[in-house]
Design a protein around this ligand. Structure first.
Ligand code: PNS
Length: 167
């Protein structure tokens, strides 16, 4: 069985993430979406909230070979424990490249059996990021073109100015 891991902070999940997850589901027998810790980022949503939003979004897309999990440790170790063959990530532009390349090489060093594959982001998602979504929602803007419809209201309510932003 070919197993891929789609890791990320998903704070919150965007249509760009969903596009990559859906495409990975077509290539692999099973895809594990791993809500992981990026020590360099302060998150606005709790781990459970992020997992919940991903569960709702993947269900609404009818993705059947997908599982959502939370990873607190090293991704390379988690991949080994799950028998995963690859990490799949989206690449938006050259600005992503150095950071992603560094992570790919580190993960390869830690787990030589694990390949990192990059899918070129779809053109309409080139500019999309979780931080941009948070900023637009925080100022009361419309995020319907940026996040799955089924979770847009939850995100807006949590992030609108005056809402609870700390999890
Ligand atoms: O969405 P992000 O924040 O760009 O994703 C980065 C993430 C969470 C995938 C990365 O920080 C990660 O893999 N964290 C888990 C801890 C780990 O394995 N760190 C070493 C990776 S080189």
């Amino acid at each position: 069985m070919r197993i891929a891991i789609c890791p990320g902070s998903f704070d919150p999940v965007t249509l760009g993430h969903m596009d990559i997850i859906a495409r990975a589901c077509k290539i692999f027998d099973k895809v594990i979406v791993a809500v992981s810790v990026n020590p360099e980022k302060h998150t606005s949503f709790s781990t459970e909230e992020r997992k919940q939003m991903l569960t709702i979004a993947t269900k609404s897309m009818g993705l059947e070979n997908v599982e959502i999990d939370v990873v607190n440790g090293l991704l390379a170790d988690y991949a080994r424990s799950k028998g995963a063959n690859a990490i799949v990530k989206g690449l938006r532009a050259m600005t992503d490249f150095e950071y992603e390349f560094q992570m790919a090489l580190t993960n390869k060093q830690l787990n030589p059996e694990l390949e990192t594959m990059f899918l070129a982001t779809s053109a309409q998602n080139m500019f999309l990021s979780s931080s941009m979504v948070k900023q637009v929602a925080g100022f009361g803007g419309d995020i319907k073109d940026f996040v799955p419809e089924c979770i847009a209201q939850t995100i807006k309510e949590r992030l609108s100015i005056g809402g609870n932003k700390n999890g």
